[in-house]
Design a protein around this ligand. Structure first.
Ligand SMILES: [Zn+2]
Length: 277
């Protein structure tokens, strides 16, 4: 039996993935994927995340407004978010700050980010954070805001290595995607060598952030825009990449990631097993 695997961040609800297909679930079970955090990114996809959570106990739902989509939010978005969080034990995400995307309005992003962070702190729910080119601002926000005690996930962490200790002190865990196995991502690989093993998480970010082709175990047809589509069962291949990068065995890595994952998401996962799907 392969070790139990935990995907700290994916988007199984994305229309590019056959989220409901039996083949996909067979593959996930074959790879022994125990839990995956399925992140909504806007009001428009929260119902899909909720539906998947109701069908599959392996789905740990997460609801949040991604910085790319905050402009689309309705006047009732906060009420809708609260309603999702009340409907099923869940996390908050994907939320964040992004100065990389064209036409960004960082003040607007920050307002929405802080509201969601405060909600996570009040309910003690894990948050999944996306941050691109806004690390100083993120640190400032995290320092000056209440935070959930269970911790924060910095998904696909590509921030400056010097900030790892300060972010760790604020409760951050650092999540490694398979995308960083691409040769040109050497800076990001170096950064992960500086993350303490007890703060490491692993993610697919499926359908995004595909591994280099030679590492892909579950290929999917490319999307109409020509981009590769990442299968969530490639998680095992991401673990393999991480074990090689860190120079530890897959067994040791999987045991440590399980402890880390459950220290952040364990309480939500526990509540989920106690409440009806
Ligand atoms: Zn994501």
């Amino acid at each position: 039996m392969p070790p139990r695997l935990y995907d700290a961040h994916n988007h199984l609800q994305d229309e590019r993935l056959p989220g409901g297909s039996a083949e996909l679930w067979d593959a996930l079970r074959r790879e022994n994927v125990a839990l995956m955090v399925v992140n909504g990114a806007a009001e428009s996809d929260w119902p899909e995340v909720l539906a998947l959570a109701r069908q599959h106990p392996e789905v740990l739902p997460s609801f949040g407004y991604h910085p790319w989509y905050v402009r689309e939010r309705s006047a009732e978005w906060e009420t809708t978010l609260q309603r999702c969080l009340d409907a099923v034990p869940s996390a908050i995400g994907e939320i964040g700050l992004d100065r990389w995307i064209k036409g960004h309005d960082l003040d607007d992003q920050q307002e929405v980010f802080l509201k969601q962070l405060r909600l996570a702190a009040e309910r003690n729910l894990p948050v999944s954070i996306h941050c691109l080119q806004a690390w100083g601002k993120l640190l400032e926000c995290l320092r000056n805001s209440p935070r959930p005690r269970c911790g924060l996930v910095l998904h696909s962490f590509g921030g400056p290595p010097e900030m790892i200790p300060a972010l760790s002190e604020l409760g951050a865990y650092f999540s490694l995607p398979g995308y960083f196995a691409h040769e040109r991502k050497s800076r990001q690989r170096e950064t992960f060598l500086k993350v303490r093993l007890d703060r490491l998480l692993i993610e697919t970010d499926a359908p995004d952030q595909n591994l280099p082709e030679e590492r892909v175990r579950y290929p999917l047809p490319t999307s109409p825009d020509g981009k590769p589509v990442n299968h969530p069962a490639n998680l095992a291949a991401v673990y393999q990449f991480a074990a090689e990068l860190l120079g530890i065995s897959l067994t040791e890595l999987a045991a440590q990631v399980e402890v880390n994952f459950l220290s952040v998401f364990g309480e939500v996962a526990q509540r989920r097993t106690q409440s009806p799907l």
